[in-house]
Design a protein around this ligand. Structure first.
Ligand code: AMP
Ligand code: ZN
Length: 464
């Protein structure tokens, strides 16, 4: 079966057929950089990481763009409160964001365009919308006329009947109740401080929705394959992106819309405004690893709500331990006598992993396949029914799975552990505890690590 996605626009599961064969172009709404992202935000970015890695696994060449919203109402408000220029206010937040995505092993997108560096592209887009009758100006503010775009409301499935013509909204975020003409460009007023650009549209700044239309086109073209975000982005943000982009080009903007459900806490969405958020740093400070958070956020299907608990993190930790122990133990297993059953276990797991993920990224199904595989190979190993060749095939497969999951504790920690054992052995020898020193050497040997005493000290290498 081919790769399929549930498309929010059609509300159906559809086969993924990219515009250009072998290439997947995707756009991801990124963070508004006014404060540390919380782990709810990272659920969306982890889902997008799974998506991009699985597309690569399937052989697609992926180009992903994630914008950085570094100008909006909240950024202006908070930088003013701190009395510092916008750039100075957002720089440390952006730095922290990249540190967090590295800690969560979110693969880097190809482009991270900041809104403030794409003002000319946004101005050009507003000019096209004016020419095509989708935009109008009042006192230096520019609005999108949603009545000029009959498809408006299709993504969010809105009933446009009760629409009040001419109602307008300036705020970057608003609720469904006020389906309104939205601001493309806002004229400067004294509250905006240093947040303005002198442009052909006058002195002002862009509305939030404009940046995603302008920057996706710049980096991916007028039409591209996949657009993602959290469900709360669907309206008004993504609806407005469609109106802007299709209003300007007259062509379909995006073929597949994928929306990730929320991370919840006690039945409510994790969000800054409710004050129930945990940043990644909060969780790391409690002694959990970025990897455990990665596992927890990834392991539930993206279209299901996920309730955040510390018990959930504990289970994630246990699953990761099982996964990593399996690989380390298999690496040091010398191989036994095959009973011919490992081949079927390996090919069955390879097929099962792909079948489940092809089904709209059914990750819980895929993890079920992975842990069954671990159980079955462990059993063969315990019975000494796995040959060295089969061991290598099994390792090759789990490493291939790991190119999507990235759950392997890094080799660095293995190296640190070995260095630590070598130090303990040196200490044992110094205190003439040769039995302990020999035991450390033998234990390492069983794991495939050979120690050599050289004039420069103890060196180690892997058994080949
Ligand atoms: P924001 O910085 O608020 O624009 O959000 C950045 C991304 O995180 C968007 O794609 C949101 O939809 C997503 N997001 C925000 N809160 C949550 C949550 N509790 N669970 C999952 N995704 C969220
Ligand atoms: Zn966006």
């Amino acid at each position: 079966m081919a790769l399929r996605f549930k498309n929010s626009l059609s509300r159906r599961v559809e086969e993924f057929v990219p515009i250009e064969p072998g290439v997947a172009k995707m756009y991801t709404c990124g963070p508004t950089v006014y404060n540390f992202a919380h782990i709810g935000n990272f659920r969306a970015y982890i889902f997008e990481d799974l998506l991009r890695r699985y597309l690569s696994y399937k052989g697609y060449r992926v180009t992903q763009v994630m914008n950085l919203t570094d100008i909006d109402d909240k950024i202006i408000r908070d930088s003013k409160a701190r009395g510092i220029p916008i750039k100075q206010f957002t720089a440390p937040v952006i730095k922290a964001f990249f540190e967090d995505i590295d800690a969560l092993r979110i693969e880097r997108a190809e482009h991270y365009p900041p809104a403030t560096e794409h003002i000319p592209e946004m101005v050009a887009l507003v000019k096209v919308l004016l020419e095509r009758g989708h935009a109008y100006q009042i006192d230096g503010d520019y609005y999108y006329r949603i009545a000029s775009f009959p498809k408006y409301g299709q993504l969010a499935n809105l009933d446009m009947q009760g629409l009040k013509a001419g109602a307008r909204v300036d705020a970057d975020e608003y609720e469904k109740e006020s389906v309104s003409d939205f601001a493309l460009w806002k004229a400067w007023d004294e509250n905006d401080g240093d947040a303005f650009w002198e442009t052909e549209l006058g002195k002002g700044r862009p509305g939030w929705h404009l940046e995603c239309s302008a920057m996706s086109t710049k980096y991916l073209g007028k039409r591209f394959d996949i657009h993602t975000g959290g469900v709360d982005n669907m309206f008004p943000h993504h609806e407005n992106e469609i109106a802007q982009s299709e209003g300007a080009t007259g062509e379909t903007f995006v073929n597949y819309w994928l929306h990730c459900e929320h991370l919840m806490v006690d039945g409510r969405k994790m969000s800054k405004s409710l004050g129930n958020q945990y940043t990644l740093r909060d969780v790391l400070d409690k002694g959990y690893s970025g990897l455990a958070v990665r596992y927890l956020l990834m392991a539930t299907h993206y279209r299901q709500q996920l309730n955040f608990t510390f018990e959930g993190l504990e289970s994630a930790r246990a699953a990761l331990e099982r996964y990593n122990d399996f690989i380390s133990n298999l690496e040091s297993y010398p191989g036994g006598k095959s009973d011919g059953s490992a081949g079927g276990v390996i090919s069955g797991a390879a097929a099962g992993f792909e079948e489940t993920l092809d089904d709209d990224l059914n990750i819980s199904g895929a993890l079920g396949v992975v842990f069954d595989f671990i159980r079955d190979i462990n059993r063969l190993k315990a019975e000494d029914k796995l040959s060295a060749g089969e061991r290598d095939e099994a390792l090759k497969l789990i490493r291939r799975f790991d190119s999507v999951l990235d759950f392997r504790t890094k080799a660095v920690s293995l190296e640190a552990e070995i260095e630590d054992l070598i130090r303990q052995r040196t200490e044992a020898r110094k205190s003439r505890n040769f039995a302990q020193a020999d035991k450390i050497r033998d234990d390492l040997l069983a794991r495939g690590i050979i120690l050599e005493d050289t004039p420069q000290g103890v060196k180690w290498k892997r058994k080949v």
